[in-house]
Write a protein that binds this ligand. Structure first.
Ligand code: NAI
Ligand code: HPV
Length: 385
């Protein structure tokens, strides 16, 4: 029975996928794997039993990836599974940033007496421009950015996209009408609206700072459905006071922004649709099951993709440093027992490697200990059918 610790509320449609050989628990004790959404895990002490973490969602900045990697804990996310939900929210955000819908609705709540007359005399205070024909800069053309770019182009916006690490898959999905910016400055200098869809990393933290705001057109509307600290909030408030930024729409309410008349704070609702919660949970559960049961790695952010059909009876999965002679050392130990390897695969990602070895005979505990004792070996698991 494998134990799964859920750190956030996870869709029941996803959890059902675990079946009877799994126990979903609200305790970390003896957990084999963790399912999480946005809960912060940096301070969490992970027991040795944890083999994998699946983020039912895209952003993994809430997970201590480097520490997990050093411990041989495979971290998964669910690429694209909530992208449509966020795309729809961004379209709402664009319209909210332009038309004074929230201000108008709040005002309408206060109306009394001759309401029709009040509406006609007061509504001019809530005029806002259309998005048709305006220029939108999309920063980050991944799963969400591509959907946003294509949808807003279809709504009549002129779209310019920037992504220095554009993937081939994403490139295939981008409408040919989207213009490709070679630098961030190109986007900042021309866009009437800018929407951020890059991940939060040490390289992107506060990429929207005073310097960036100084390069923007006056009156730009900025949308952030990616992560709070991609934007320097103090510099943002100053840019609003200077008139550079007309409206800031963010999915991340923080002190200093809440209540500002030109800032719309949404309580992190981008991925909060039943469809996306189901999609993410179903994908995350599949990834965890694949890894726990067969050692398959799909959509990991810290270890290489790796899958091998399993015909033999026993399987070793090994996480180790990506250095010369590792495979030779492992296979020599197995050969000392006269055991034949029926199938094997080795994949690497940067300085880390992952190996699966299938055998018909069980490798003895003594030999497993010898393999575990190899320098630069991080984690060895023994699976059987
Ligand atoms: N508000 C919400 O509920 C949600 C927020 N998110 C946030 O949105 C981010 C993006 O999500 P996805 O599109 O699914 O991820 P993704 O991984 O498919 O796309 C991210 C893209 O950003 C690009 N990128 C990296 N550094 C960049 C830089 N310096 N400038 C421009 N582009 C850069 C990458 O090359 C990649 O193409 C997530 O990392 C997460 O923080 C994601 C889902 C829901
Ligand atoms: O997938 C992401 O990166 C998100 O920000 C969604 O977060 P959530 O799962 O709604 O807590």
């Amino acid at each position: 029975m494998s134990k799964i610790y859920t750190l956030n509320k996870i869709s029941s449609k996803g959890l059902e996928g675990f079946g009877q050989c799994y126990e979903v628990q609200e305790s970390l004790q003896d957990a084999d794997a963790i399912l999480v959404r946005s809960a912060k895990m940096h301070e969490l002490e992970l027991p040795k039993s944890v083999k994998a973490i699946a983020r039912a969602g895209a952003g993994v900045n809430n997970i201590p990836i480097d520490a997990c990697t050093q411990k041989g804990i495979v971290v998964f996310n669910t690429p694209g599974a909530n992208a449509n939900a966020v795309k729809e929210m961004v379209i709402a955000g664009l319209l909210l940033s332009s038309r004074k819908i929230i201000e108008g609705v709040n005002w309408a709540q206060t109306l009394k007496g001759n309401i029709a007359k009040e509406v006609e005399s007061g509504k001019s205070a809530f005029t806002g421009p259309e998005i048709l024909g305006k220029k939108l800069g999309v920063v980050g053309l991944g799963a969400i950015g591509v959907l946003v770019a294509n949808a807003t182009q279809a709504l009549g916006m002129e779209v310019i996209g920037y992504d220095p690490y554009l993937s081939v898959d994403a490139a295939w999905g981008i409408s040919r009408h989207i213009r490709h910016a070679h630098t961030l400055e190109e986007v900042l200098g021309q866009a009437d609206y800018i929407t951020i869809h890059a991940p939060l990393t040490s390289a992107t933290k506060e990429m929207f700072n005073e310097e960036a705001f100084n390069k923007m057109k006056k009156g730009v509307r900025l949308l952030n459905f990616a992560r709070d600290t991609l934007v320097d909030n103090q510099a943002l408030v100053k840019a609003i006071e200077k008139g550079t930024i007309e409206k800031y729409v963010t999915d991340f309410p923080v002190e200093g922004l809440i209540g500002h008349p030109q800032i719309i704070t949404i309580p992190h609702l981008g991925a909060s649709t039943p469809e996306s919660e189901d999609n993410c949970a179903v994908m995350a559960v599949k990834e965890l099951k694949g890894y726990l049961e067969k050692g398959t790695i799909t959509n990991s952010v810290n270890f290489p993709e790796c899958e091998m059909p399993w015909h033999a009876t026993f399987r070793l999965t090994l996480i180790h440093k990506n250095i010369p002679a590792m495979i030779g050392k492992i296979t020599s130990i197995i050969a000392e027992e006269g055991i034949n390897i029926s199938d094997m695969i080795n994949k690497s990602k940067g300085e880390w490697a992952y190996t699966i070895i299938d055998t018909d005979t069980k490798v003895t505990d003594i030999k497993i200990k010898s393999i575990e004792a190899l320098d630069d070996m991080i984690k060895v698991r023994v699976l059987s059918k």
